[in-house]
Design a binder for this molecule. Structure first.
Ligand code: EPZ
Length: 422
């Protein structure tokens, strides 16, 4: 298992290109299952999660060709010959459940392993299943797999989600495009990745209105045709790299960054004393003067402060002047970065879903361990500001969602290198 070594303390200067969104790509790829014509994605990120989704789609008989060093994914599911998504692939990546809705909608049958939990929580998929049942699917759980049938095809319905779920909204939205009649998704997720998916489905001939609001209406059509679609920029990678100059000092321009994708996050950066300005090529970020100020953060569904930036924001607030309170409302166990940050001298008191962070002047480098994707990158950020050497182990978590993090930060002057496992 590779490690990443950071020698902290130096300010950063330069520019960081932001890639296409992992969480958009992971729902756009299964959309190929809705049509027998080719779907091509451009601006795709080069990440291990994308390679896992590629393996899953290929196991179903879809063709997925990675072009231009992985930035273009040319897909076709004309010859699907297997409607079972195996546990040994699904357990590696929960987003695999997103093949269920499309397979069911187009083929009337699907067998998909339940994803199981992950480090940040139990992460059930009951809303996905209830939503598809509302469209007429008959589901049976057996041996850890969902056996789904829709012999006469899916039928449009009103699907009212009891609480916001990104994945359930995506699964039901994709299924609804081929259901007979009208589907209304109520309390739908509003994330930019949902908007991106809806735009891609519309290019494929779907009839969708209201994406980005909490009510999405879909008129089912008989079939969808092919399309070419650019993956939206990754707002979580963007927010992560915006925090690099905030925590280490200096000034960095995040190329491709869009303010509308990170408005709630930028509001908090501004409160903390970080300046963000729009440039013709993206967002330029610098620490205004002196120490960062403490701010309180509560994670919420979009357009609120994203849970996927909570760990990274905590790293910044570990060095702020004053005490910050972070409330994690989306996942039940998303503070595993806290004990690792405390090994670096951070002062954090975790009580259930709330963490109080009393800022310290400087963190101290230490050997720490990555536990999940966003926790691992928060340790990298902390290492940039810490005195001395930080070694982050188990960085396979990191590679799921961040392309060449050491190269992107190294190009801005960070003293960071990857140590390949012997
Ligand atoms: C997506 O996960 C993202 N993953 C997550 O990003 C992100 O943290 C999350 O949305 C929230 O924004 C992808 O898009 C691949 P949810 P998802 O359904 O769809 C509970 C990252 O770091 N829930 O919105 O799984 C669930 O347990 C990852 O890139 C149910 O109870 O999130 C959670 O507590 C981490 N039943 C809450 O709802 C369900 O059927 C929100 O989950 C579905 C979800």
């Amino acid at each position: 298992m590779d490690s990443i070594v950071i020698n902290g303390g130096g300010a950063l200067h330069g520019e960081i290109p932001i890639a296409g969104a992992k969480n958009a790509c992971l729902t756009l790829m299964p959309a190929t299952l809705l049509s027998d014509e080719p779907l091509t994605l451009t601006n795709a990120p080069r990440l291990s999660d994308i390679r896992t989704m590629t393996t899953l789609l290929q196991s179903l008989g879809a063709e997925v060709t990675s072009l231009q060093h992985g930035q273009v994914l040319a897909m076709s599911s004309h010859d699907i010959n297997n409607l079972t998504a195996d546990y040994d692939i699904v357990r590696k990546m929960r987003a695999s459940i997103l093949v269920l809705g499309p397979m069911l909608a187009r083929h009337g049958h699907a067998v998909v392993s339940l994803p199981g939990g992950c480090a940040i929580g139990a992460r059930p998929v009951d809303l996905h299943l209830k939503g598809l049942e509302a469209l007429g699917a008959e589901l049976e759980l057996k041996d850890g797999y969902v056996h789904a049938q829709a012999p006469g095809g899916l039928k449009g319905a009103v699907v009212a989600f009891p609480f916001v779920s990104v994945g359930a909204t995506e699964n039901v939205l994709m299924a609804a495009t081929l259901a007979k009649g009208t589907t209304v998704l109520k309390n739908a997720a509003r994330e930019p990745e949902i908007v991106d998916l809806a735009q891609c489905l519309r290019q494929m001939g779907a009839q969708i209105e209201g994406e980005g609001t909490n009510t999405i209406t879909v008129q089912g059509v008989d079939s969808l045709h092919g399309a070419t679609h650019p993956v939206v920029v990754d707002r979580i990678e963007l927010g992560t790299y915006m925090l690099a100059p905030a925590i280490a000092g200096g000034e960095v321009e995040c190329l491709g960054g869009r303010l509308d994708l990170v408005a709630a996050f930028v509001e908090k950066l501004d409160e903390a004393g970080i300046s963000v300005e729009e440039t013709p090529r993206g967002l330029r970020v610098a620490r205004r003067n002196g120490r960062v100020r403490a701010v309180d953060v509560t994670t919420e569904p979009f357009p609120g402060f994203p849970t996927d930036l909570q760990a990274q924001m905590m790293a910044l607030l570990c060095t702020a002047e004053g005490t910050s309170v972070l409330e994690e409302t989306i996942f039940e166990n998303r503070f595993m970065h806290a004990p690792e940050l405390m090994r670096m001298g951070a002062r954090i008191d975790v009580q259930g879903g709330t963490a109080s962070v009393s800022g310290v002047e400087r963190l101290k480098g230490a050997p720490v361990m990555a536990t999940d994707l966003r926790a691992s990158v928060s340790l990298i950020l902390a290492g940039l500001a810490a005195e001395g050497e930080t070694v982050v182990s188990r960085v396979y978590h990191l590679d799921r969602g961040y392309e060449k993090v050491e190269e992107k930060l190294g190009a801005c002057g960070a003293r960071i290198e990857r140590i390949k496992d012997r």
